[in-house]
Ligand binder design. Sequence first.
Ligand SMILES: [Zn+2]
Ligand SMILES: [Zn+2]
Length: 112
Amino acid sequence: MSTEMREAMVVGNDIVVVWGDGHESYFPGEELRRACTCAGCKGEQHLFGRATLPTLKPLGAGAFVPAEVARVGNYGLQVRWADGHDYGIYHLDALRAACPCDACAATRKGQA
Ligand SMILES: [Zn+2]
Ligand SMILES: [Zn+2]
C-alpha cells in the first residue's frame, strides 16, 4: 500500500488523490474539512474516526468546498477551502488509511 502521492486535484466537491501505486482516493470535501486538525478547528485526530469531536465553530458557505490542493513536503497535503481556510495539513498515511473506496473499506473490515 503506497502512501506516496503522485497527484492530487480538486474534482467538484471532492479531493482526489492518486497514489504511487496508481490507486485513486476520492475524499468528500465535507468529511475532510470536518477532520481538519488545525488549532482553529481542532478536528478529529483520526480521519473519519469513530470518536469524533464536535466542530467548535459553525462552518459557513464554502467551508466544505475545496478550492485548491498543494503538496507539503513528501508527507502531507494542504487544502485551501473556498472560505479561505488553509491551515490544515492532512498526513498522507492517514489519508491513505482512510480511503473511502469500497475495496479499501473491505480491506479495513477484514483486518478489524
Ligand atoms: Zn482548520
Ligand atoms: Zn481505496
